[in-house]
Design a protein around this ligand. Sequence first.
Ligand code: PHE
Length: 358
Amino acid sequence: MENLDEIKSEITGQVAAAADLDALEQARIGALGKKGRVTEMMKGLGAMSADERKEAGQALNSLKGDINAAIDARKDTLEGAHIDAQLEAERIDVTLPARRISAGAIHPISQTIEEVVSIFGEMGFTVAEGPDIEEDWYNFTALNIPPDHPARQEHDTFYVNAIKDGQRMVLRTHTSPVQIRTMQTQKPPIRIIVPGRTYRCDHDATHSPMFHQVEGLMIDEATHMGHLKGCLIDFCRAFFGAAELPVRFRPSYFPFTEPSAEVDIGCSFEDGTLKIGGGDDWLEILGSGMVNPNVLENCGIDSTKYQGFAFGMGIERIAMLKYGIPDLRTFYDSDLRWLRHYGFASLDVPSMVGRAAR
Ligand code: PHE
């Protein structure tokens, strides 16, 4: 038989020199694989006498054991080195500053519309909408404001070039035309709330040529002034978050309601700052009234059978009062610093942004 010590040192030398796990596997196959050097020698045992076989068998088994031990040791070393290299290459630098997540904010106009819609939603009102570019008939005539009526002058109307039924189309001056559109297409009982853009040729700290209103309309057989009052008192108290908020109904005039009332809430001016809820001052916040029978008839609704109330309010105005925003023009400046200050966190961004976080 060949010199086993020499063979052993040759093979363990190859094992120790294996540079990676592949090379190590090649060395193992060369010695212990099906046609490996040691395996071939084992095959020779069968041709030996019993005594020779016993001696050579023991020697070969011990050689095999030594080789396996050398392979295991080398394997441990190579795997350890592999993990070390990986740890080094994939190390995360935890000292790097975090990336800023820039969260958007809900504009106070959108927030206020949401609040108004949800308060009236609880009272059973659903949202209705109409076009911004409106026919003269819907914006004025059907609302009991005929062509020569003085109320038309007060509306500072933007006229557009398009003409319908001999009249110039207009940018709607209020959301009231949606009352008409709804009464033409729905049968009573009607309970709608109409948030939307409105336009008047006017521009200063409290007026913008484009602004927002919310209209309300309720029509049924027995809807009366008491319903109007209860509904609007509840709304004012819910919106301003003051259960005892004083609310006053002051006689007024609108062509499309009779009787008409403007609604004021109690407030005080202490050291020049406005405080809502109590005190001896009043702030006007909306217009309202019982729908004029002429308006019902213009929509094909029998005014001897149905009656109801309507109201309209400026969104910017109630947002400015509730959130202490001093200048109406800033709503449309698209200044991100302003939006960060007055905006609201959206529901899916639980952290930061504006007063909702405070
Ligand atoms: N349309 C009126 C306005 O713009 C508000 C209003 C609506 C008044 C409904 C009464 C009823 O001023």
